[in-house]
Write a protein of this length. Structure first.
Length: 264
C-alpha cells in the first residue's frame, strides 16, 4: 500500500460486482489511503455492492439511477450532508440496448440512440455538475471510454458514437473546471470481461484479437485500469486534464502486425 490518496474522499459510480472496472479502480484508490463512497443502480445490486464496499472499509453505499435528475440530486445531497466536500469522482457507467450492440450501426433506432447518449454521455456531465459544487479545494473526475470512439470496432455501433461524445465532453469539462483546480480525464480501457461487455456481440473474439495484436500481447485487467486511475486521480496526475489515457496494452498504436504476429 501507498499513501497517495491519504485524506482524500471520493465517490465511485458503476460498481456492479467484483468484475467491474469500478472495482479495480476502487481497490487501487483504497490501497492508496482514499476514503470511498459507492453508488449503485437498483435494489438488486445493493446486496452485491454492500459487501464489496465493506471489504474496503466503506459503509457509504447509496442508490443512484443516472437517468433520473432527482436521483442524482438525492445522492449528492446525502454525500454533502455526510462529507461536506469531495476530492474525486469516478464515473464507470454505460448503457445501450444489447440488441443494437450487434449487426449494423446504420440500423440504430432513435430511441436507443437517445437512451445510450443519455446514460453513457450526459450522465457524466450531470454528475460532474454536482461534484463541482463539493470540490471546494479542487478535485479530479474520471470516466471510462473505449477505442470504438476513435475507430470502427465490430458490434460497438451506437456505443462508439456515444464514447466519442463522452471524450469530447471530457475536453469541454476540463476547460470549464480547470480554473477551479478540478481536473477531468478519461481512461480508454482495452476489452475486459464484465457484465456490460457481455452484451457486446462476439466479445470473446474481440478479446482474442486484442490479445494477439496489442504490443504487450495480452489483455488488460481491472487492476491495470486501477493503477492508471490512481495516477490520474492523485497528485501524480496534477498536470494532466482533458486527457484520454489508453490502458489497452498498446493496441491503439498498432496499424498492422507482421505476418508472424500471433506469436503467443
Ligand atoms: P459493469 O457492468 O461492471 O459496469 C457498468 C455499470 O453501469 C453497472 O454498475 C451498472 O449498474 C451501471 N449503470 C448502467 N445504467 C445505469 C444507470 N441508469 N444509472 C446508474 N448506473 C448505471 O461493466 P464495466 O465494463 O465495468 O463498465 C464500466 C465502464 O467502463 C462503462 O462506461 C464501459 O463502457 C466502460 N468500458 C468498458 C470496457 C470493457 O471492455 N469492459 C472497455 C472500455 C470501457
Amino acid at each position: 500500500s501507498n499513501q497517495l490518496m491519504a485524506g482524500k474522499r471520493g465517490l465511485i459510480m458503476g460498481l456492479a460486482n467484483d468484475k467491474s472496472i469500478a472495482w479495480g479502480i476502487a481497490r487501487a484508490l483504497s490501497n492508496a489511503g482514499a476514503e470511498l463512497a459507492f453508488s449503485y443502480q437498483g435494489e438488486a445490486l445493493k446486496k452485491r455492492v454492500d459487501p464489496l464496499a465493506a471489504q474496503l472499509g466503506s459503509d457509504m453505499v447509496l442508490p443512484c439511477d443516472v437517468s433520473d435528475e432527482a436521483s442524482i440530486d438525492a445522492l449528492f445531497t446525502e454525500l454533502n450532508e455526510r462529507w461536506g466536500g469531495l476530492d474525486f469522482l469516478v464515473h464507470a457507467i454505460g448503457f445501450s440496448d444489447k440488441n443494437e450492440l450487434r449487426g449494423r450501426y446504420v440500423d440504430t433506432s432513435r430511441a436507443n440512440f437517445a437512451l445510450s447518449m443519455d446514460i453513457s454521455v450526459y450522465s457524466f456531465t450531470a454528475v460532474v455538475q454536482r461534484a463541482e459544487k463539493m470540490m471546494k479545494s479542487g478535485g479530479a473526475c474520471l470516466t471510462l471510454t473505449y477505442y470504438g470512439a476513435e475507430r470502427v470496432m465490430p458490434h460497438y455501433n451506437v456505443m462508439g458514437v456515444a464514447k466519442a461524445a463522452l471524450e469530447a465532453s471530457v475536453r469541454y469539462l476540463a476547460e470549464d473546471l480547470g480554473k477551479d483546480g478540478i481536473r477531468v480525464n478519461a481512461i480508454s480501457a482495452g476489452p475486459i470481461k464484465t457484465l456490460a461487455a457481455s452484451g457486446i456481440g462476439d466479445f470473446r473474439y474481440i478479446m482474442k484479437w486484442n490479445e494477439y495484436n496489442s504490443p504487450l500481447r495480452r489483455n488488460v485487467t481491472i487492476d491495470d485500469v486501477g493503477g492508471s486511475a490512481l495516477y490520474l486521480l492523485s497528485d501524480l496526475g496534477a498536470g494532466t486534464t482533458g486527457e484520454v489515457l489508453h490502458v489497452d496494452a498498446g493496441y491503439h498504436v498498432v496499424g498492422m502486425k507482421a505476418v508472424d504476429a500471433p506469436d503467443i
